[in-house]
Design a protein around this ligand. Structure first.
Ligand code: NAD
Ligand code: TYD
Length: 343
């Protein structure tokens, strides 16, 4: 089995590469990544010389390069993680989200058609379903929940999902789609909530919580997401969508307080700042379908996952300090420089 993993130097993509090399010794992997600000080759350092692994720097929107790679490698399956993934960046600069997330997906699927690839798996997000009210804990996202997006990021991911389903219906492309809730774990770029808060708390810097901090996310340890994708690749039904999530809803404030407690830092580091525009209130996944059909169930409780994650950031300071010393600083200024402190 030869797999193309796009976005393999990003957070979930690199975890998936590590997971597959550890758990599926007969699989060989090519990781393709443009190494944008979010891609970090050092996340693949430990596998770079693995006999079943190859890294290729490339752009999923570059048709010529993509078709040449497919011609050269004869892939059995493609897992598409490559994307612009940060909601706040999509609010500041939507254009690249449409190009990468929609046209890049199209390019990959065109190459899959041309070279008769056996499976195209699109890594999607629960954000395509919009949000749920805070006062209706009985409501969850199922695969039948209507698409209803809030941010340019989620709109671009929804477009990619719809295009993927259209390629299945029109061209019989053998596709599957997973829609996962918020992931956390090792190699998470420190612009997203959990790694941002860990790295800032370690520097005793204020922790910027948007609005009142009561928005809810459904957190899943990244390795559990990787296991779900591996199961879908092996046993999933072509043409189907699978929601992936762990019934693990937490307010942002609770997550930030848990991190501070793990690090032995005071809650006074929390600083409430202006809310995100269009901020989704609550995400919550119903994973019944993937559980019943494929037997997937998350293995890592939040308490254990967050401890492992905090420990990883403590033990891998070089990984994130290299990021912080790069252009991330300018990025932080752009995103937070104009946010008013409200308490
Ligand atoms: P990430 O931003 O950490 O990684 C994305 C990777 O894609 C980076 O390595 C980047 O260099 C690469 N990339 C960007 N543009 C590219 C291009 N044109 N060509 C090739 N590579 C390119 O994102 P992530 O958190 O690892 O998310 C991976 C996928 O999972 C995304 O599709 C995202 O929408 C989806 N997802 C993420 C979460 C989450 O909580 N992080 C949850 C559900 C779904
Ligand atoms: P994020 O990690 O950006 O993921 P997503 O928006 O895709 O769910 O944000 C998670 C939650 O944390 C979201 O409700 C926004 C909030 N948040 C903050 O309060 N402060 C921050 O600095 C960031 C990055 C996010």
């Amino acid at each position: 089995m030869k797999l193309l993993v796009t976005g393999g130097a990003g957070f979930i993509g690199c975890n998936f590469v590590h997971y597959m090399l550890q758990n599926n010794p007969s699989t060989s992997l090519v990781a393709l990544d443009l190494l944008t600000y979010a891609g970090n080759l050092s996340s693949l350092e430990s596998v770079i010389d693995h006999p079943n692994f190859r890294f290729v720097k490339g752009d999923i929107t570059d048709r010529e390069a993509i078709f040449a790679l497919f011609e050269e490698e004869s892939f059995d399956a493609v897992v598409n993680f490559a994307a612009e993934s940060h909601v706040d960046r999509s609010i500041h600069n939507p254009g690249v989200f449409l190009t990468t997330n929609i046209l890049g997906t199209q390019t990959l699927m065109d190459a899959c058609r041309q070279y008769n690839v056996g499976r195209f798996h699109q890594v999607g997000t629960d954000e395509v379903y919009g949000d749920l009210p805070l006062d209706r804990p009985d409501l969850l996202f199922t695969e039948e929940t209507p698409i209803h997006t809030s941010s340019p990021y989620s709109a671009s991911k929804a477009s990619a999902d719809l295009l993927t389903q259209a390629y299945h219906r029109t061209y019989k492309l053998p596709i599957t789609i997973s829609r996962c809730s918020n992931n956390y774990g090792p190699y998470h770029f420190p612009e997203k909530l959990i790694p941002l808060m860990i790295t800032r708390a370690l520097h005793d810097q204020p922790l910027p919580v948007y609005g009142n901090g009561l928005n809810v996310r459904d957190w899943l340890y990244v390795e559990d997401h990787c296991a779900a994708i591996a199961m879908i690749l092996e046993h999933g039904t072509v043409g189907e969508v699978y929601n992936v999530g762990g019934h693990n809803e937490k307010t942002n404030l609770d997550v930030v307080k848990t991190i501070l407690d793990e690090l032995g830092k005071p809650h006074s580091l929390i600083e409430f700042v202006t809310d995100r525009a269009g901020h989704d209130l609550r995400y919550a996944i119903d994973p019944t379908k993937i559980h019943n059909e494929l037997g997937w169930t998350p293995k890592t409780p939040f308490k254990e996952g967050i401890q492992k994650t905090v420990q990883w950031y403590l033990e891998h300071r070089d990984w994130w300090q290299d990021i912080l010393s790069g252009d991330y600083r300018n990025y932080y200024e752009t995103m937070y420089g104009n946010r008013e402190k409200v308490s």
